[in-house]
Design a protein around this ligand. Structure first.
Ligand code: SF4
Ligand code: SF4
Length: 310
């Protein structure tokens, strides 16, 4: 069984063509700009959509962990320090005001969803993307079962990874994947560690290794003013890419604030950091940095033209 926090169908920014994207929960990084914070823990977490609550009282007495205080006027207050994410309150909530962040799926359930979209894959040279969270932080033997099944159906497979994974996991995915979407956030080890709480040595080493393998590589750089958006920082990233890898495409992904309200709904407000959203002009200048380094495969945004597919 697989813990997924979302399945997006017909997505256009997660690999070539139209994709069905599976979002696995659990990520070794803690990027404060993450727009899917529910994908960071490797277990379910409780969402509370306060505005959906109709004060029906169903959840009043179900919590056995002293994590839910009920007020008939306003509905529940969640004490996330005590919440064990048992899901009992979500089970009785008629409005999905209380909602668990992930669902468990079997291989067969996932394949049934994927196969509904085969006509779109065929027409757009699309396929399936494993994303997250970090798909390669899963039990790799279990993930291999799913990758094998997707390839048995002759469906294009992309892996969207942070690269913060054991080499063995990357090598296993390489046996099945047609392409990789590889995030590169910063080449400065100190800044990377300070902000994402994870060393970038393994990420850079894995990217160099992957560049030498038979696969199609798409590097994705989130552009985040205040983290990696200075001209010198973008230049350093562009220089590193030019020196160490030759990706088919380089996507500069402008930071956005969609999903920032999720931190409050998950009791993760202490991890929420808002950065400045880059303007179009800012992104044009960022792109110029890459083009000036001869990286003509760079562009703004994550869509990959189907003609770039294998
Ligand atoms: S998920 Fe479980 S522990 Fe958390 S508030 Fe609901 S009932 Fe209590
Ligand atoms: S069960 Fe849901 S709708 Fe009913 S009081 Fe609790 S949170 Fe509100």
């Amino acid at each position: 069984m697989y813990y997924l926090f979302d399945i997006q169908r017909l997505s256009m920014e997660n690999g070539p063509g139209l994709r069905t994207t599976l979002f696995f929960t659990g990520c070794p990084l803690s990027c404060p700009w993450c727009h899917n914070p529910e994908g960071q823990p490797d277990k379910p977490v409780l969402f509370y959509f306060r505005e959906r609550c109709i004060q029906c009282g169903n959840c009043e007495y179900v919590c056995e962990d002293e994590a839910l205080d009920y007020d008939p006027e306003t509905g529940p207050e969640i004490n996330y320090n005590n919440c064990t994410a048992c899901g009992k309150c979500a089970d009785v909530c008629p409005t999905d005001s209380l909602l668990m962040s992930v669902k468990l799926y079997s291989v067969n359930e996932i394949m049934e969803i994927i196969l509904r979209d085969r006509p779109y894959f065929d027409r757009s040279q699309g396929g399936v993307t494993l994303s997250g969270g970090e798909p390669l932080a899963q039990d790799i033997d279990l993930l291999e079962v799913l990758m094998k099944e997707i390839k048995r159906e002759k469906i294009d497979l992309s892996i969207d990874t942070s690269g913060a994974v054991p080499r063995r996991n990357l090598a296993t995915a390489l046996k099945y994947a047609n392409s990789f979407l590889y995030d590169l956030k910063h080449v400065d080890p100190v800044k990377h560690k300070e902000v994402t709480k994870f060393d970038n040595e393994q990420i850079l080493d894995n990217l160099i290794w992957l560049s030498k393998q038979e696969t199609t590589l798409h590097v994705r750089v989130p552009v985040i003013p205040g983290f990696n958006g200075d001209e010198e920082e973008l230049e350093a990233i562009a220089d590193w890419i030019a020196a160490n890898t030759a990706p088919e495409t380089i996507a500069l992904l402008p930071y956005h604030r969609h999903g920032s309200d999720k931190y409050d709904r998950l009791g993760m407000d202490d991890q929420k950091v808002l950065f400045n959203v880059p303007s179009d002009d800012f992104m044009d200048k960022a792109l110029k940095v890459f083009l000036d380094k001869g990286l003509n495969q760079a562009r703004i945004g994550g869509a990959i033209l189907a003609s770039k597919a294998e």
